[in-house]
Ligand binder design. Structure first.
Ligand code: DLL
Length: 433
């Protein structure tokens, strides 16, 4: 068993709560003194910093919403002088006025620390060549993994996104042993390797650290099989730090939250009420060690659950489930809540098509219509039309029985669905509601 920081990762629950409580009390005092937004909110609610003594008091604090970051754009929620800020990032997305996040040197160091924990949990050591194909720039993926890998002492290959042919050449020539990218790009790389006639078993690649978008267990199996590696999940969001809020260990059974830095809660998205462990709800994080942007009870809109049951890896850090959707990307089709990942699971479970799909939602004659375009595998494409229609009918049946609603299913020719080097676009919602 390898850990980056065994003392914290395997601390007793009492110790973890003690660390988190001390850090929480200090942070609440800092934001009260330095961020007018929090001082006003706490004054309105009649809460003084000294009222918050331990993690048990967390629920008394106000939430922070993405809208609050927009309203205080760009630096209004920063809790330190701007002179102390050494880096700026922003959350991914194409709309302008995306939340802007800042880091002091101490924040950069703590970010490298939490990513180092994730890399070591995925089998990373000083000997590794870590191939980072997340985007570098305002997006936190590239630089986040980069600094974590350097902290471990591994050799980082900062390939960034794009130019898949070159990515493959680098993998072969430089001996990349750990791949870091979105899970959809990992599948695309696997496909490109196959096309280039390269057998993945001839590469040095042994594991991958994938995140930044939802993916399913079936997608993990597909990646592991097609690249011949172990695939680990990593979660995070810019507002909290970037990648490294939580990470998977070799048990691949939920992601350990770095709770000495980010205290997680799960709340009812409607009422904001804190839910018990095991229940699915909206993930909320409180940053208790950050200097520049210590957000309090930040509503992530990601849906997940928490468990404090012990993990076989020896880590005691609370685990979160895979985010199974967002409160805001959840599709409601004919009154039924649908997560794109559910459709993906159906497709991958059936295994008769390529793992590339696009969901198009539309409204025709006041009725919602969901169309699922799926790429045929090369072998299915060369089959007779009767066989293709049979597969379409089976997918339609399975989607209906899993989701409880019908969908039009259309198999399309290989390589006709646009590939992504970053986050895959899985849904086009044409409805104007
Ligand atoms: O995606 C940070 C990141 C980079 C995480 C690289 C992991 C790897 P944002 O652009 O702010 O930050 O997007 C954050 O992406 O609220 C989730 O909805 C989603 N997300 C991130 N990781 C996962 C994951 C980065 N492992 C938003 N599984 C989050 C599912 C994820 N969704």
């Amino acid at each position: 068993m390898a850990y980056w920081n065994q003392k914290v990762e395997c601390a007793s629950r009492e110790e973890l709560d003690k660390i988190a409580s001390q850090n929480l009390a200090n942070t609440v005092r800092r934001v009260y003194e330095n961020v007018p937004f929090y001082r006003n909110k706490m004054d309105e609610m009649g809460i003084k910093p000294e009222d918050i003594k331990s993690v048990k008091d967390l629920h008394r604090l106000p939430f922070t919403l993405k809208q609050d970051l927009r309203d205080n754009y760009p630096y209004g929620l920063f809790a330190c002088p701007l002179d102390d800020v050494v880096r700026i990032h922003a959350s991914s997305g194409t709309t302008c006025k995306q939340p802007v996040v800042g880091y002091t040197q101490e924040d950069i160091d703590l970010w490298a620390e939490v990513v180092a924990r994730a890399i070591v949990a995925a089998g990373g050591t000083k000997q590794d060549f870590i191939h980072v194909s997340y985007g570098y720039g305002l997006f936190t993926g590239g630089l986040g993994l980069h600094y974590g890998a350097e902290k471990v002492g591994a050799s980082v290959i900062p390939v960034a996104t794009g130019n898949t042919k070159r990515q493959i050449q680098i993998m072969v020539d430089f001996g990349s042993s750990i791949l870091c990218c979105t899970p959809s790009y990992a599948l695309y790389l696997a496909e490109s390797l196959r096309e280039a006639g390269i057998d993945p078993s001839t590469l040095k690649l042994k594991s991958g650290i994938f995140g930044a978008e939802p993916w399913s267990e079936n997608m993990r199996l597909e990646i592991e099989k097609s690249l011949g590696i172990n695939a680990y999940d990593i979660y995070g969001l810019s507002e909290i730090i970037g990648p490294g809020v939580s990470f998977e260990c070799e048990c691949k059974n939920g992601m350990h939250v770095n709770e000495d830095h980010f205290i997680p809660e799960v709340v009812d998205p409607e009422t904001g009420e804190v839910l018990p462990d095991g229940e699915m709800g909206e993930l909320v994080f409180t940053c208790v060690t950050k200097r520049a942007l210590p957000l309090i009870r930040y509503r992530t809109r990601d849906i997940a659950s928490l468990t404090r049951e012990t993990c076989k890896c020896g880590r005691t850090l609370v685990r979160m489930s895979r985010p199974c959707g967002r409160t805001d990307d959840m599709l409601i089709i004919r009154g039924v809540n649908v997560f794109p990942s559910q459709i993906e699971s159906v497709l991958l479970e059936m295994g008769q098509t390529a793992p590339h799909y696009l969901i198009i939602v539309d409204r025709v004659d006041n009725l919602d219509r969901m169309q699922v375009l799926i790429e045929m595998s090369d072998s299915l494409f060369s089959d007779e039309i009767r066989k293709i229609e049979e597969v379409e009918a089976n997918i339609r049946k399975n989607i209906e029985s899993t989701l409880g609603i019908s969908a039009e299913v259309k198999l399309v020719e290989p390589k006709t669905i646009e590939r992504s080097e970053g986050k895959a676009k899985r849904v086009i919602d044409k409805r104007k509601i």
